[in-house]
Design a protein around this ligand. Sequence first.
Ligand SMILES: *Cc1c(COP(=O)(O)O)cnc(C)c1O
Length: 234
Amino acid sequence: MNQLNLARSEVLARIQHACEKANRTAESVELLAVSKMHPSERLQQMYQAGQRAFGENYIQEALEKIDALQHLDIEWHFIGHVQRNKTKHLAEKFAWVHGVDRLVIAQRLSQQRLNSQAPLNICLQVNIDDQDSKDGCKVAEVAALVQQISLLENIKLRGLMVIPAPENTQAFTDAAALFAQVKPLHAQPAEWDTLSMGMSDDLDAAIAAGSTLVRVGTALFGQRSAVELDTPQV
Ligand SMILES: *Cc1c(COP(=O)(O)O)cnc(C)c1O
């Protein structure tokens, strides 16, 4: 077994263990491999280990990898901050966009998704623990956004995405409660099935609270060696 195979098996075992403790089936949690700052060759190796869903944060970097790996059956997720003027590539090249936090972003994605494509899956990013960050809508805005976004064409509004401050496990519980609370407001409640929360350091707590999709980078690929960009590449 190579190193990436081993790392992936360990993460899957961690997910399974957390699910058992929470009385959930292991299939109720999906593993998204967060591959930002890692070269295409590493993604290809992770693919060979069995991984199909990959998450990227920076558009230019992601587009290069999508092009280089187009022969593989990868499900691409965009998990970075979505800028209003960068929605076209997201609409056309990705299967999922997790960082939607305003109606205008969802409207643009809806308009720019090609009719020939399957609907774009999106998650509404919520600033669940009210951090001083520009990312994520306010908790109080969620109800109206679910009602409005769930009506858009070419979009499937799947659920919520949160990135709480480290060790704030209460935020996971709050997100799960909010997720359940707004479900009836969705135009098609059956599509509301995804709670995107939990990363390398806190996926166990996120699963205990009800996460259905964990976004894991470091525990799968190791440390990101290059300095992480704090502003998106253009
Ligand atoms: C980088 C990133 C992750 C992965 O973080 P790790 O700690 O490396 O697992 C998950 N979610 C988002 C939104 C990220 O930007």
